[in-house]
Design a protein around this ligand. Sequence first.
Ligand code: GUN
Length: 293
Amino acid sequence: MATVIDGKAVAQTIRSEIADEVRLLSQKYGKVPGLAVVIVGNRKDSESYVKTKRKACADLGINSFDIDLPEEVSEAEVIRHVHELNANPDVHGILVQLPLPKHINEEKVLTEISLAKDVDGFHPLNIGKLAMKGRDPLFLPCTPKACLELLSRSGVSIKGKRAVVVGRSNIVGLPASLLLLKADATVTIVHSQTSQSDTESIIREADIVIAAAGQAKMIKGSWIKPGAAVIDVGTNSVDDPTRKSGYRLVGDVDFEEASKVAGWITPVPGGVGPMTVTMLLKNTLEGAKRNIE
Ligand code: GUN
């Protein structure tokens, strides 16, 4: 049976380390880290993510700057807010919640965020540096960083290992594959255009699997190499009439099956999720610390 990686517990440990550092920073330098979270429109999922991020800031003594804009706001107005936050010395991190409404060019907005405040790590220059050997981005994207932190805290080495990333999104799959490459893994990405037989056979050879496809239980236990480390980023909502809410969250991996074969596995919920927000808080703290040094 696999070791189940308790992301909630690891996140708690790191959060208390961050809270200690936030206190110290404030006592020593009178500086309180600040995170600005910009949300456009009323998507339920985005509202829920943003609420979690803002609450996590409050819990750790990090100042939260809330910018809530209506769905029909212009691109220029969003960029004006970003510029204002770039210029605000109390803001050390800026996050624009994605996706943005269709009439706003995501790349244009993300490119306007000051590199020194890009705590999501989505600025094309930060992603470019992530992709290049010998260059270091100022911030690593939170979810991929969370995946690697969970591997490292579980004692899983990456160097020379075969890793597969399932999914190629800008937010998770692509940066996760670049981060694994930087950590000296041999990396393959499988995605929606990969044939079913290639998807299965490539996953079967992987020592490390990062699943970020957004497809409930698509990865079967029989595809997992015995002893592999499986990090499940999927958070798929499926109907469950036995619950009061009527639904429950499941990952991209069939946990019941895969946990019998894998060496390590993250559950959903309680795996990567709590760690992602924790990495955001860590990036914000790093941004604030860099600001004094
Ligand atoms: N939408 C879904 N995940 C994320 C994330 O990590 N950051 C931002 N900015 N938007 C998201």
